[in-house]
Design a binder for this molecule. Structure first.
Ligand code: ZN
Length: 471
């Protein structure tokens, strides 16, 4: 059935793709006055009640009510975005008036570790990467009761829904099925990146495996996600017709929203990284990698020394390991990891040549400014990346290195950098929407156009003011 929502202003970003031209990225977006979004689907909550109502409804009394209406629409697909006058010619389509708000596409959080949500507030922040990861490892390795994990995931889902997240790119190794259930409960889409880590690999049967053997790269927990496929009944995603069979290069069926990710250049065998990247390319999935996050990474890769070397020597590096003697970005390029199929996360420690290489390769770069600030690893050169034509998007990273999962707060962190390093609100809105959708290879979200999923966001007041869309 059809339902419609009216807003004082709509910023659909229709027809926009991720732009490599900063003039496009920074330009004011097209704002439509007094428009209606017509949606086809099955609706729940207040949206469902509106669908049953005959004729226009009164505007919700506050933004919270408007948010509840929007969350009830999330099973739908956009049929049209049209002026109110044109809509009045559609007979019998119930209309909910969202009032004096500005609607934008739902935001795309390109980098999270939702399975670490129960570690919020428990890690050592502010002292750099090595103290942080040393505090994280025993916590992440500890047995966590399923109810504690589930409660933390439910809270994470609430945070993501409250800021109108359409989709999240999630790094996972141990609990992808629990993450998917929590996201499904909040009608949030999820791309699961199974993390490849280490220098030694074994087959699912426990035999030592070559790092190029992609079947050995998949964390066992990803099988649960595949098993969950049959019951994976997001209202707007058709259920698979038959039981899936194991994917080529994987020990079990691979969920259509699952891909491989490398942990980092220093922690993972270069042959495994290249093999994972090739698997993603062959299977039309995005490959993700933490890249150039912290100064210890640069020191370790270029010299083989430093605090990170000491940490890795204990249990990660194989005997006789020697560092590549290169900076992270050129080393990633040499391994064939940088192109439009890769989502490189953080990209903080960059020199001018690194920025050029990232931009020219078409690699999608996910900035996580609040995580970088919390761990204290530096500030990514966001403005220089944008001006060089790099394809940018944003992620919150995990609650083990951030205060919340609100992507608008991530954008505010970039907006509020000193002049010359900051990004303007128009560019940030694009990073949160069309940029994120492109980075995760999702053609179904990121803008408001016929056929896209009806994942809509209320533009926060400060962004609305900056973009000149306050009433
Ligand atoms: Zn991360």
């Amino acid at each position: 059935m059809l339902i419609a929502v009216r807003a004082r202003r709509v910023i659909p970003l229709a027809g926009e793709g991720p732009s490599r031209d900063p003039r496009d990225l920074f330009s004011p977006p097209r704002v439509l006055d007094d428009h209606v979004v017509v949606i086809r689907g099955i609706f729940s909550g207040e949206a469902g009640q509106a669908a049953l109502a005959d004729g226009p409804c009164a505007p919700p009394p506050d933004a919270d009510s408007a948010t509840r209406v929007l969350s009830g629409l999330r099973g739908g697909v956009i049929e049209a975005v049209e002026p109110v006058d044109a809509f009045r010619r559609r007979a019998g389509v119930p209309l909910t008036d969202l009032g004096e708000v500005t609607l934008a596409p739902g935001v795309v959080n390109c980098h999270a570790h939702l399975e670490l949500s129960h570690l919020a507030g428990r890690t050592v922040l502010g002292g750099g990467f090595v103290p942080w990861v040393k505090s994280l490892l025993p916590l992440a390795g500890a047995d966590t009761p399923p109810d504690v994990r589930a409660a933390a995931l439910a809270d994470a889902a609430r945070q993501l829904a409250a800021c109108h997240t359409a989709h999240v790119g999630d790094i996972t190794a141990v609990a992808p099925a629990a993450v998917r259930r929590a996201m499904r409960g909040a009608s949030i889409g999820c791309s699961h990146f199974a993390e490849v880590f280490g220098y030694r690999f074994v087959t699912p049967g426990g035999e030592p495996a070559a790092p190029a053997d992609t079947a050995a790269l998949w964390p066992r927990a990803m099988a649960e996600l595949a098993a969950d496929m049959a019951t994976d009944n997001l209202a707007d995603a058709p259920a698979p017709a038959s039981a899936p069979s194991p994917a080529p290069g994987a020990p079990f069926p691979v969920h259509p929203d699952a891909a491989l990710a490398g942990h980092a250049l220093y922690s993972t065998h270069p042959v495994a990284l290249a093999a994972a990247r090739r698997w993603c390319e062959r299977n039309h999935r995005v490959f993700s990698l933490h890249l150039a996050e912290h100064p210890d990474e640069v020191e370790f890769l270029t010299t083989g020394r430093g605090a990170l070397a000491d940490l890795l020597a204990v249990r990660v590096l194989p005997p006789g390991f020697s560092a590549p003697g290169m900076r992270p970005v050129p080393y990633a390029a040499e391994l064939g990891l940088l192109d439009e199929g890769t989502l490189a996360v953080h990209c903080v420690q960059l020199d001018a040549a690194d920025i050029r290489l990232l931009a020219d390769s078409g690699t999608h770069v996910c900035l996580c400014p609040r995580s970088n600030a919390a761990i204290n690893v530096g500030t990514a050169p966001a403005r220089a990346l944008a001006e060089a034509g790099a394809l940018l998007c944003l992620g919150t990273d995990s609650l083990a290195s951030n205060h919340d999962l609100d992507l608008w707060n991530e954008a505010r962190a970039l907006r509020d950098l000193p002049a010359g390093h900051d990004l303007p609100p128009a560019a940030l809105l694009r990073l949160l929407t069309v940029g994120g959708a492109a980075a995760l290879g999702r053609g179904d979200i990121g803008s408001m156009a016929p056929g896209r999923r009806a994942r809509l966001a209320l533009l926060p007041e400060d962004f609305s003011q900056a973009l000149g869309t306050t009433p």
